[in-house]
Every structure is written in C-alpha cells, then in structure tokens.
Write a new protein. Structure first.
Lengths: 516, 251
C-alpha cells in the first residue's frame, strides 16, 4: 500500500458516518498494520494470496496478538490478577465485576474478547444456596447488559454445560428476556450427562434469540481434552490456549486452476495449494511469536493464563461444494451436485479426508496444542465471498430436507477439530414442540455431527456464520447507516451481497475484519 | 426369542411419508399418511386421500412394502421419538398398521420408538383392542360433540368417535383429542361447554388441542367456511379451562 492509498483509506474511515468513534479507532488500527511490510513469503504464496486462492482473513500484516485467545478464567478468578491489580473475588458481585474488567483487557483479532469463559463453571464457587434464583437473574441480567453494551461484537462468546446448573438456567432466562445479539453462546451437550430438560431450555432460548449453538461434547473431548471451548463463531480451541491465526484455502479457486481428473486433483493440485496455505500460516505464526513476541510480552502469558503450548493455528477450507461440483463436471457429470448426488457426496469425503491427511503430515511451529499440527477448520465465510459456499456447507437455498442434509454433512465433522458450521433451518411449527428439536439434536450427535445450529424462520435474530444479528439492526443500517454492534456492519455487507433475510436459510459470510 | 405373531399383510396404500414432523405427536416423528378415508370432511386439507375426490397433481398413492418403510424409519431413527400413522384414515388399513407397529416393536434398534395413530375415531372398539398391544397412543379428532353438526361436517354421525375416545381413555391409550373449530359451525359456547363436561367426566386432565380451521388447502365450500380468530380460539380454551384443568394447546 502506498502512502496515497493509505491516506485515502484512512480519510474514508474517519469520515464514514456509519461508524461510531470506537469503530473508527479499531479499523484505523487494522489499517495501520497494513502499512507494515507483510511477513516474508514465497512469490508463489504471494500470488495465491493476491488471487485469493488462499486467504489470510485480512488479519493485518503484522499480527501482534493471536487471532483467538482463550484465557483460563477459572485460574484467574482463583489467583487474582497482578497486572490489573485485582485480588481474587470473594463473592458473586466481586466475581462479575472482576470478569467485566478482565474482559476489556483480553485481545483477539476482533479487538474484543472472543471467549468470556465457561461461565457455569467459572461462577459456580460464588453461587451458593444463599443466593435465590431471582437474585441470580437480577445480577446476571445486569452483567449481561454490560457485556452487550461494552463488548458490542457478536463474536464475543460464552460457553455452558454439559452439566446442568442453576447458572446456565438463569443465563437462558436472562437471554430470553433481554434478546440481545451479544454474547454468542454454546451449550456443550454430552448425551449421557446433559438432561433433556436442559437441551430443551436451550432450544426454547434458540426460538427467542437464535442462541445457544449445541456442540457434541464427547467428540470435542476426544479431540481437545476436557479443557476446550467453542469461541467466536464455531471455533473450538483449548482453554488457556487458542489459535495464532487462521488461513483458509478456497477449494473452488483451487479446482478452477485444475485440469484433469478428481484423482489428479487429490494427488497434485490440492497438496500444492494446501502447502501454500501452510506456508502462509507458518509465516504469520513466526511473525506473531518471534517478531512481535506476543508470548514474551503479554500479561496473560506472564501470569500463566495463556500458555503457548496450548495454542495451534487453524487451517481453514471453504468452497467444498463448488470444488466437488467442478470436479464432477470435469469428469463428465455436470448434473451431479454436492448434497444431492451420491457420487458427489462420496467425492466430497475423499477431498476432506485428503486435506486432513495433508494437514496431519505438515508440522507447524508453536502449535503444541495441536500436536505440532494445525487444526483443520471448516471456515464459514466472510462477507467478501462471492459465489462460493462457506466451509463444507451445501449452497444456500439448495439444501435437501434435513435428514438428507445431516447425512451429507455429518461424515465431514469428525475431520474438523476446530469446528464446522452447518446451519439447519426449521419452520415455526417447531416452536410448539421443542422436544422435537431435542430429538434432532441428539440424533445429529449420534450421527457424528460436531455441532448443531438451527435458525428459526420467523426469528428476529439471524445467525450469520455463528454470530448473530437482529434483523431490525440490519434494517437500521440500511435506513440510517449506523449500528452500535461492529458485527452488524459486517453482516450488512453480507446482506447486500446475499440477501440473507430473504433466503430460505439465513446465513451469509462475515467480515471478520474490515477489508477494503 | 419370543416371536410375536404377525399377520399376513405386507403392504399398505400410502399417500405420503415424511421423515421429520414436529406436529404429529410428542417430539420429532416419522409420519406415514395412509390413502383412503371413511369420512368426507368439509374442512379436509388432504381431500386427495378421500376416495372419489379429484387427484392432486403430483399426488400418487403407492403400495408400500412394510420392509421398505421400516428401512426408511431405520434411517430416521436416531432423530425421532416415534412414528405416527395418519391419513387419510389410518384405521382403515388395520392389518397393515398392526403389522408395521409389530415390526417396529420386534426390531431391537427400533423398539424404543413410540407408535402413535392419528385418527378420526370412526372405527370400532375391536380395532383399538387389536392395536393396543403394539400401539403407544392415539390422537383423535372430534369434529363436533353434536351429532347433527358432526354429520353435516363429516357425512357421518359421531357415536363411534365418542365411543373410541371413551374406550381409548379407559385403556390408557388416549394421547390427546383435537378439536378443529370453524367459526359459526361448531364453536357455540354452550356446545363447547357440553363437550368440556363430557371430557371432564372421562379425564379432567385430558390433553386437548384446539385448532383453528385454516382455509388454505381446503376445498372451497358454499357458503364458505370461516376461520376463527386467534382470540376466539383462546376464548374457547379459557371456556374449557373453567370446566376442568385440561392441558390445552391452541394452534
């Protein structure tokens, strides 16, 4: 970027009437890092990046904080924080205040914390029998309003479960009464531990607010151990760790650069672009760890609340649907579509299994959290994506009925330890029968789904890729150009491109940062 | 292993099948819609299932093998709480229904699924007793407690329907009763009160579903049938609740 372009973009930002002061400040910071030279990569990698065959998610040129940071809040609350001069809290009010302060000091790529803790566990020591449910609701409600107003970004994420808890029940009540976009919520579900009544409480909360999303706890524990959380939108990572970066490979673009058979794609073209993705990932990790020295300088690391050994990086893929359809066409099967054709579905599995194999064979520095490998991730899109389907999803509007939809998607899920994002759509008759959704969620997990999210037709809330926006906020941006939620602006960009609110299934890519 | 005696019927005439339904009984259910009905209701939303009515484009009743149906149910099984046989009128093909339920109950992978019947109630007690060993519950429609109005609405009197409700209640297999209300036809407060008193005599906690007629999908009638307002449905529900503590859902 030359200085003229820098000035033009900076000027456009400071004069953008649709952005609040804080939003301008944060976007200017991102712009500034784009004026710094990019980490050293090969010419071939550079070209793939410029052509967006691979994509760095516009994280900036010099990463100075990991993309996703999952502080160990339980440890923080036990030990207190030296850096913030906060002693360990002794009661619930102290604990909520402690967390609220701490949150504002936790970095991430969004500039807001993407993980607020497994709050049922973090707060458990303070919620004694002396506190009634009504008192708990009042305190959590106040805390919840604070989160939405001070951290106005729908990637901010709370985890709950798999055990039942008064805190979880209270949070669901508060959620239903407040109907805020922030925070995003995950309910961890263990079929043997989580009672139907808690899943049902979650389902009823989804009907009101589009949250929580449900994750397959035993599957996550197999991949990460007990100390994991789902953060931002559908990113499952280790608590006390996180992801240094996320680089994603556009499988559609890779297929467009391929000639020949599907076998040949798996043998040559795919490994080629996967290695360029890995090269870019490695360069960005080294920049963060070795050049910017995050882990040697940040207080979370100094106080043992994050540990570099619990970090890895995310190897994202998207555009599987288009990739499959292109390869099927190259082989003379123009009509065979992912999600509708057995041969196309079988090819899709061969592709993701091949990618998993490549990632498992590519050592990555500073990724001890993933056994020195990246975590494979089915990436759910950003708002600039055009005519390419998120992750391993079936294209919007082309989804088969739910049973076939699950049967197509589920076989991929075990390959993606850091998350998959399929969204299922239900009509409003389900509202009168939340048990039916409990049945479907349980079935989805038996079928090997890693996580399950559904959108309700008539809901005010629309889940974009994992984060939520209110339709009324989108309408407000269209009408007056302003919203206090950063993520709403991302969604508005997507809405213009994808018309998500008019779609049978409501979803679009998200703009994780503010690309030009 | 104890072999459950099976009848010889291996196929049924089926109008349609859906893998997932949230509106045909408890939880998520696999639903089989049987072809054929012994009523001819003015408010029917699936008149193509009634013999003698004009076929609907794209609607082709098919003779389905029970084995094939069980295979379809097996695929949906992880996601469902049970199956419901609806219609048309499910009880018009009793041997098929019995054989299907028997096959479900005899299959170790499927035996946890509950087997429900959605019926107009126009069948005899012997048929219910025939189903009873393999059926987990029945959902019955009562079009009207007044037999004259019932006949005008369905073409038949309601004695058998009332007897079915009472009998299923007695043998513990009545899951719920559905009341389809048409404004000005079967929603007279005094009539509803009498209905409620009769229900209360059977079971004061009976599970009731009050459903407002919706003209979409039904055949045009002269004079036209009238949709009740949402408010009227809730007034009806309140009226039922003054009689007994029913469990009422308004749809």
């Amino acid at each position: 970027m030359d200085s003229i372009e820098f000035q033009t973009r900076a000027m456009a930002l400071v004069q953008d009437g649709s952005l609040g002061y804080d939003q301008k400040l944060r976007q200017l910071a991102t712009l500034a890092t784009e004026a710094i030279p990019y980490p050293k990569i090969s010419a071939e990698c550079r070209e793939a990046l410029d052509k967006r065959v691979i994509c760095d998610m516009f994280e900036g040129h010099a990463p100075y904080a990991p993309r996703y940071v999952l502080p160990n809040y339980e440890k923080a609350i036990q030990n207190g924080l030296q850096y913030l001069e906060l002693p360990a809290p002794t009661d619930l009010d102290d604990a909520l205040s402690f967390l609220q302060i701490m949150y504002t000091h936790v970095p991430s790529v969004t500039t807001y914390p993407v993980y607020l803790g497994d709050l049922d566990k973090v707060l458990a020591p303070f919620v004694t029998d002396a506190i009634s449910d009504d008192e708990l609701d009042i305190k959590l409600r106040r805390f919840w309003i604070g989160i939405d107003r001070m951290l106005p970004d729908a990637f901010v994420h709370v985890d709950l479960g798999p055990h039942d808890s008064r805190i979880t029940r209270s949070i669901f009540r508060v959620e239903r009464s407040l109907r805020q976009a922030v925070p995003n919520i995950t309910l961890k579900v263990d079929p043997d531990i989580t009672p139907d009544s808690l899943i049902e409480d979650g389902v009823r909360t989804v009907f009101e607010t589009g949250k929580p999303h449900f994750v397959n706890h035993p599957m996550m524990v197999r991949d990460h151990g007990e100390g994991y959380a789902s953060v931002s939108c559908y990113n499952s990572l280790k608590i006390g760790g996180g992801a240094h970066t996320l680089v994603r490979l556009n499988l559609k673009e890779a297929a467009l650069r391929h000639t020949g058979s599907a076998d040949d794609f798996l043998a040559t073209t795919l490994p080629h672009f996967a290695e360029l993705t890995a090269e870019l990932t490695e360069a960005r990790i080294r920049s963060l760890v070795e050049e910017q020295q995050f882990f040697n300088t940040h207080w979370l690391a100094a106080e043992g609340l994050v540990d570099i050994n619990l970090f890895s990086a995310m190897f994202g893929i998207y555009g599987l649907a288009e990739c499959v359809n292109l390869l099927m066409a190259y082989e003379g099967h123009e009509e065979a579509r992912y999600g509708h054709d057995a041969a196309a579905n079988a090819l899709s599995i061969r592709i993701t299994e091949r990618i998993a194999e490549i990632v498992a064979n590519r050592p990555m520095p500073y990724c001890a959290g993933g056994n020195d490998r990246c975590y494979l991730h089915s990436q759910s899109g950003i708002d600039l994506d055009d005519n390419v389907t998120a992750g391993t999803r079936i294209p919007v509007g082309d989804e088969p009925p739910m049973l076939e939809h699950i049967a197509t998607c589920a076989p991929h899920h075990h390959l993606f330890p850091s998350g998959v994002s399929d969204i299922f759509h239900v009509d409003e008759t389900a509202v009168r029968n939340p048990d039916a959704m409990v049945d479907i969620i349980r079935g989805a997990f038996v079928s090997g789904m890693r996580d399950f999210t559904f959108n309700l037709d008539s809901n005010e809330f629309v889940r974009i890729t994992g984060y939520l926006v209110r339709k009324s906020d989108l309408a407000a941006i269209a009408d007056h150009g302003a919203s206090r939620h950063t993520s709403d602006h991302l969604a508005a960009g997507s809405e213009n491109a994808y018309h998500l609110t008019q779609r049978a299934v409501k979803r679009v890519g998200c703009r994780e940062q503010n690309p030009r | 292993m104890n072999r459950i005696p099976v009848n010889q019927v291996t196929t049924g005439l089926v109008a349609d099948v859906i893998n997932f339904s949230t509106v045909d009984g408890p939880g998520n259910r696999f639903v089989v819609f049987m072809q054929g009905c012994n009523f001819d209701c003015v408010a029917c939303h699936n008149p193509q299932t009634i013999p003698g009515h004009a076929p609907v484009e794209g609607h082709h009743p098919v003779r389905v093998e029970i084995d094939d149906l069980v295979a379809q149910i097996r695929r949906a099984a992880p996601f469902i709480r049970g199956i419901t046989v609806s219609g048309g009128e499910a009880t018009q093909q009793p041997a098929f229904l019995h054989a299907l339920f028997t096959a479900i109950k005899a299959d170790p992978d499927l035996s946890r699924l509950t087997c429900f019947v959605d019926s107009n109630g126009a069948c005899n007690q012997a048929t219910w007793d025939y189903f009873a060993p393999v059926m987990d519950g029945a959902m019955l429609d009562l079009k009207c407690f007044d037999s004259t109005i019932h006949k005008a609405m369905t073409g038949h009197s309601n004695e058998q329907v009332l007897a079915s409700i009472a009998h299923l209640q007695k043998i513990g297999l009545l899951y719920e009763v559905r009341l389809l209300l048409l404004a000005g036809t079967n929603d007279d407060p005094a009539l509803l009160c009498k209905t409620a008193e009769w229900f209360a005599g059977l079971d004061p906690n009976m599970r009731l579903k009050i459903i407002g007629f919706r003209s979409h999908g039904a055949r045009p009638q002269t004079p036209p049938l009238i949709e009740p307002t949402s408010e009227a449905l809730h007034v009806a529900a309140d009226l039922f609740n003054t009689v007994a503590r029913f469990t009422i859902q308004v749809v």
